[in-house]
Write a protein that binds this ligand. Structure first.
Ligand SMILES: Cc1ncc(COP(=O)(O)O)c(C=O)c1O
Length: 306
């Protein structure tokens, strides 16, 4: 994914894309303490609209609190900055927004409290589907990872923390190297945790099932899909999913800001359902796109038009 734009927001200032740089002794680069968000803006009929801006910004600040990063900007200031940045960049396609709170240079050593907290927001056009346009229609091949999801005993997965993504990165590489398109990670007890950047759903006998966020990120897309499902009066269960239940699901799909609603057609060489995008998956996927593109009035409050 190549990211490019005219301008970037850095510590309250707008800078040219090429000047949005940091020093080699940036603390976060060495010791891994940074938190970020991934937010999308969709090109709706009424113009560019950021999807669930308030929720993503709130999660960013909560992530910072969890990892002891004292963000110098308020929720309102960060929301305003994201809107301003999108206006300045004059994007004419869908956009991905990446705010990051990190520790800059000036102080080395693991004890991080004296290192300066810095904040940046970058945004770039992202029109293609994260897991492929074909994947959105036909479904993707998924491998259950040999890597266990970060344990709740040693990590805090409610924080969208850079450090948590080493686990995701290694799992993603392993899956792609083995000829799959995405990894599904289990928790330390062997139940489904999440994908490398997605939450996981199955459909079994007409019931939509997704695990509780015990040790995982509180996903905004998962929440959106559950809200849509409730709106459609679909039966929902929030319960742990074991490996054998994954293989025998009627349908399966991933949700995430980047992944949107991506059907899964194959897991560890077991064909899921018909091996095509499932019926309920398609219904929820269509409904999700209606919501993010502002075509469903019932969910319009989730959009911030810029
Ligand atoms: C590890 C992980 N789980 C789940 C998700 C899905 O979260 P959201 O729907 O808020 O994008 C993401 C993506 O942000 C993620 O990185």
């Amino acid at each position: 994914m190549k990211a490019d734009a005219k301008k970037v927001w850095m510590d309250g200032k707008i800078v040219d894309f090429k000047d949005a740089t940091v020093h080699i002794l940036t603390h976060s680069l060495h010791y891994g303490n940074a938190v970020f968000e991934g937010t999308r803006a969709y090109k709706t009929e009424k113009g560019l609209a950021i999807f669930r801006l308030q929720d993503h910004t709130k999660r960013l600040l909560e992530s910072a609190k969890i990892t002891l990063l004292n963000c110098p900007y308020s929720q309102a200031e960060l929301e305003k900055a994201q809107i301003e940045l999108l206006r300045l960049n004059e994007f004419n396609k869908n956009v991905y927004i990446r705010p990051i709170i990190y520790l800059g240079d000036g102080e080395m050593g693991v004890y991080h409290i004296k290192a300066p907290v810095r904040v940046a927001i970058a945004a770039w056009q992202m029109d293609a589907a994260y897991l492929g346009d074909e994947g959105l229609k036909k479904g993707i091949k998924v491998k259950i990872s040999s890597f266990m999801r970060n344990s709740a005993k040693s990590s805090m997965n409610k924080a969208k923390a850079s450090a948590n993504y080493l686990n995701s990165q290694l799992a993603k590489f392993e899956a792609i190297d083995a000829g799959y398109e995405e990894a599904l990670l289990l928790d330390e007890e062997g139940f489904v945790s999440e994908g490398t950047g997605e939450c996981f759903f199955i459909v079994k006998n007409g019931v939509l099932i997704t695990p509780p966020n015990d040790f995982t990120l509180r996903s905004i897309t998962q929440d959106t899909v559950l809200k849509i499902a409730r709106h459609l009066n679909l039966p929902i269960l929030r319960q742990r999913i074991s490996r054998d239940e994954v293989y025998t699901a009627d349908e399966a799909f991933f949700t995430g800001t980047a992944a949107e609603v991506t059907p899964i057609s194959n897991i560890d060489a077991r064909i899921i359902g018909s091996g095509e995008r499932g019926e309920l998956t398609k219904r929820l996927q269509d409904a999700y796109f209606d919501v993010v593109y502002g075509r469903d009035d019932a969910f319009n409050s989730m959009l911030t038009y810029i």
